[in-house]
Structure formats: C-alpha cells, structure tokens
Ligand binder design. Structure first.
Ligand code: ACM
Ligand code: ZN
Length: 543
C-alpha cells in the first residue's frame, strides 16, 4: 500500500488522467486496455443466454435509456451486448469477465450477481453522462476496448442504513441501492426497528406501525438537535422534513413512517436485480421502546421500560411471530437479531427473568441474553436462516454458527469471536461509522488501515466475511445529509472490500475517485467534496 503522494506528483497525475476513460472502482483484479472503442447505438440488442438473467438485461437497458434516449431491445439469444451465464452456475461465485471489442460487449459470470457486477463495470466505462436522468441528444456513447477479469476479496460488502432515527422514503432507499450497485456492494443491512420507531409492517401486531412508527418530534432529542443545527447553519439538509409528518387522530403533529410489506417486497426485488441482498435487522432485546410503547406487556413487570422481558414466554412468542413475517418478506438467508447495548440490569429485578435464569441453569443476565440469542438462532435455523448480531451477542456465550457484526472496535472482542469460530463482519466505530464526522483523513485511514487485529491466526482470518459501513440516522434527517456523510467514503470501503489487499493503492484510488465524483455530480449526489477538509459532524462524540 502506498500512502505518500507529493503535491507535485498529484497535480501531474490529475492532469494526466483527467480524461482517462478507465477509472473503475473498485479496482478490478485484471484489466487489459486495447485499442479503439465500442460505440453504443440505438439499434443495439442486449442478448442473454438464460432466462434466469433476463432481469439483468432489463436492468442494463434501464441504465442506458434516460440519457441516450435508446429503447434497446432485449432478447434471449445473442446480441450486441451479451450477458452470459456460464454453466455449471454457482450463486456463490461473484466473479465476472467483461470483454469489450469494437463490435460487441460480453459479460460472463457463473451467477446472477456476477452479471450484475459486470454491468456495474460496463456502466463505469461508459461516459459519466450516462448517469443523467435527462435525455442528452447528440452525444456519442463509447466504451473503450478492454478486457476485465474480476472477483471480490470478500463476499460481504455492506452498507447499513437506519431509517428509524430518521425515515427515508422508498425512493430515497432505492437511490442508495443504485449507488451501492455502482460500487458492487452486496449487502444492504436495513436497521428497521429501534427505540425511536418501528418501520416494518407486521400484520400480526398492527399497533407496531399504527402507533410505533410515529413520534412527537417536539419531544425527540434527535429531531430537536437536527432542527437546531438547521436554524444555526441554514443547512436545509439538517431540517427534519415536513414530508414525513402528519396530523394524527388526536390532532397532534407526528413524525415517522413505515414500509408496507408490498413496499418491502419491491425494495428487496430492486436490490436483488442490482446484485444486492437485503439483510433486515430486528433489534432485540434492547433498543425496544417502540414495540414496548405499543404493547407494554413486552417489558419486565409490564412497566413500559426497555429491554424486552426475556422471562415471559409470550415475549419470546412475539419475537418468533415477528420473525415469521420477516422470513416471508426477505429471501436472503442472513437475518440480523441486533443484540447491542442492552440494559441487562433490568432483568435482575424481574421475577420472570430470574425464574428463566434458574430454570435454564444460567449464571447471570449476560447468559440470559445469550440464551435468548441461542433460542432465536434455533428458530432461524429451523426456517433455513442464519443469524447475525452486533458483537454483544458474544457476551455470555454464543454458538459458533452465529455471525458477528464487530462494531465496538475492540480487538479482544474480534479475537474472541474468531477463537469461538464465529464469522465476523468488520464495521468498527473507528473506521466504518459513516454518521461520525469525516475529516480530511477519514478516507485515507479507511482505505489504508488494516482493520484485522494482528493477533488473528491465518485460520482465524478465514472467518472474516467482509466489511460494512454503518449509516446511523440520529443526525441524518434527509437524503441529502445521508449522501454527504456516506460519500465518497463508502466508495473507499467498496474498494477495500472488493479488491484484494495486495492491489490496494491509495494514490491510484484517489486519482480514480477524482473521476468518479464527476459521475456523482451527474447523478446529483450530495457527496462531501474531496477538497473540503472537514464536514461538520456535530454528532462526533455524541454517540
Ligand atoms: C451500535 O452502534 N449500537 C451497534
Ligand atoms: Zn423480565
């Protein structure tokens, strides 16, 4: 990894590459540039060799249509642009090859995802204006002759979004998925419930959304803090949007929203077409005020305080019924249980929780949470699902088959997970919390620092499933603010997670990023400009 770059060298390289046409991020494994170019015309046909990838052809057609005005034909069979599933197909194999000749384009892969990632590379080889939502007549749509061979270093290349603390519409969520697809992210971790709101329609418990999805913004610290920031700075991106407010049946102005099951299915499908799995998170048993507010019997003594009462069988049944509907909505095998920041002391004074501890032969309240996680994991497994949780699920003992979101930046916890045999997704607060203020060093640290503790053996390193950026929403009330906080650093994470470490080159990345942000300009993404030294993040230090 190179870290140093003199100002002179940077200026020279920026001039040199300003019009370079091959600036793919994440950097592909192998790229061979040829001579000449392919010119995309309106009579081009997108061919695919197997019905299971027909949606990829439609997806590519839809990428191309707005700016070019081309209504490209798609068909099973050969075309000008050819999408080819290689057999035997293997859904786990995310590699692809992309070959551009003067006459044709070929994308080959052994999985739908591989095809989608090949499309992402082709998209980045087209002029940046291809991203325009408006028709741009009279342009030539060229792709350089090139051959690419590519495969990801890690299968889990994730972004987490928190629509609880502040809500984002279906359209805004899809916009993020579009950006993720452009950089070959593979997992969208969707933090759908937390104390400040419940955002997923659950038919068995209607109050969760009729009551739990709404709050009084005047009584909510995070809403007041955002609006105060707007008043002080005039930055409209910090104002809690009126579009997510309504007058409730008592005549009170409330803020919130939720996704209907139909909307969720639509988002899951939208993501899948782009090569992204959606991983829903039901944050149990802490962060649970939203559901307790609706159904106080979920709490110890029914007194309306967090966390869920794990001594009460009815509460365990509630969680299972919620997961039944979640499993039905989200086809991807991994589902998140949450498990972070639980006020376990409350269980000490609860007779039902103490009875559970005695009956199950548990030592303490940490083991009570571990018992709950194991019970849920059994339930998940019986439904063919796998459990992921924040790294607190390691406290009190967790089964080695659970996957851990390592977030507290403690190398000892990371090692503990690895020794126990748990797969680990790296998303430490030290590098991957995209709600934290970003300064001039953020991208460099994220790109260049090794997140893996030196204490891990080679065998333990194989347990690392990937990495993820977390976009917590407390101080991100709008899509514009979300984009400013997450981009461009999410692009650095994308390369870190996709490109093998021996091919990481920070200087080269910066040069390609300089080109990439011009593409973001066309997409009208409110990313943090590369030359600003600091994005005010008044949330720094709050969380
Ligand atoms: C977390 O940031 N509480 C996982
Ligand atoms: Zn209890």
């Amino acid at each position: 990894m190179k870290r140093t770059l003199s100002a002179l060298a940077l200026a020279f390289m920026l001039c040199f590459t300003a019009n370079a046409s091959v600036n793919i991020i994440p950097a592909p494994g192998k790229i061979v540039e040829g001579k000449g170019e392919f010119v995309l015309k309106g009579n081009a046909v997108i061919g695919y060799n197997d019905a299971s990838i027909s949606e990829a052809a439609t997806y590519l057609k839809e990428i191309i249509a707005p700016a070019t005005g081309f209504d490209l034909r798609t068909r099973q069979g050969s075309g000008t642009i050819n999408l080819e599933l290689s057999f035997p197909a293997d859904p786990q194999d995310e590699s692809y090859t992309l070959k551009v000749t003067r006459k044709k384009v070929f994308i080959k892969a052994r999985s739908y995802k591989g095809i989608a990632y090949g499309i992402a590379s082709l998209r980045q080889l087209l002029p940046k204006e291809i991203e325009s939502k408006r028709f741009l007549p009279g342009r030539s749509w060229t792709v350089p002759v090139v051959e690419v061979e590519d495969a990801p270093a890690y299968e889990w290349r994730g972004l987490m979004l928190d629509p609880v603390r502040h809500f984002y519409s279906v359209e805004e969520t899809k916009n993020l998925l579009d950006l993720m697809a452009l950089y070959k992210f593979s997992k969208f971790h969707w933090h759908l419930i937390d104390s400040n709101g419940w955002r997923i329609e659950i038919k068995a418990f209607p109050l969760l959304t009729s009551i739990g999805a709404w709050r009084d913004p005047k009584n909510e610290y995070i809403d007041n803090a955002c609006n105060d920031s707007f008043e002080k700075t005039g930055d409209a991106a910090m104002q809690v949007p009126a579009k997510f407010m309504k007058v409730d049946e008592n005549g009170k102005l409330v803020y919130g929203g939720f996704y209907t099951q139909e909307e969720i299915r639509d988002i899951v499908h939208y993501a899948a077409v782009r090569g992204i799995d959606v991983v829903p998170e039901m944050d149990f048993p802490g962060h649970s005020y939203a559901e307790i507010r609706c159904y106080p019997w979920l709490s110890c003594h029914g007194d309306g305080h967090e966390p869920l009462c794990l001594g009460n069988d009815k509460v365990i049944d509630f969680c299972k019924k919620v997961f039944d509907e979640v499993f039905d909505l989200f086809p991807y095998e991994y589902v998140e249980i949450g498990g972070d920041e639980v006020s376990r002391d409350r269980w000490t004074g609860c007779e039902l929780c103490q009875e559970r501890i005695a009956k199950e032969g548990l030592k303490d309240v940490a083991e009570l949470q571990a018992w709950f996680t194991r019970e849920m994991e059994k339930y998940f497994n019986a439904a063919g699902r796998k459990l992921v949780g924040w790294d607190e699920i390691l406290d009190g003992g967790v089964s080695p088959t659970a996957t851990v979101n390592w977030w507290r930046s403690d190398p000892v916890t990371f090692k503990k997970a690895a020794v126990n045999g748990n797969q680990v997704i790296m998303c430490p607060t030290s590098h991957c919390y995209f709600d934290y203020a970003q300064d001039a060093m953020t991208i460099q640290r994220l790109y260049c620092d090794d997140l893996i503790p030196a204490t891990l053996t080679a065998e333990e390193r194989k347990l690392i499933k990937g990495m993820q950026g977390n976009i917590w929403g407390e101080f991100i009330p709008t899509e514009s603010r979300m984009q400013t906080m997450a981009f461009p650093r999410a692009i650095a994470l994308a390369e870190k997670a996709w490109t093998p470490v021996d091919r990481h080159d920070y200087d080269d990345f910066l040069l390609r990023l300089t080109e990439q942000v011009k593409r973001l300009d066309v997409m009208e993404v409110d990313y943090r400009p590369l030359d600003s030294s600091f994005t005010p993040g008044f949330n720094a230090g709050i969380r």
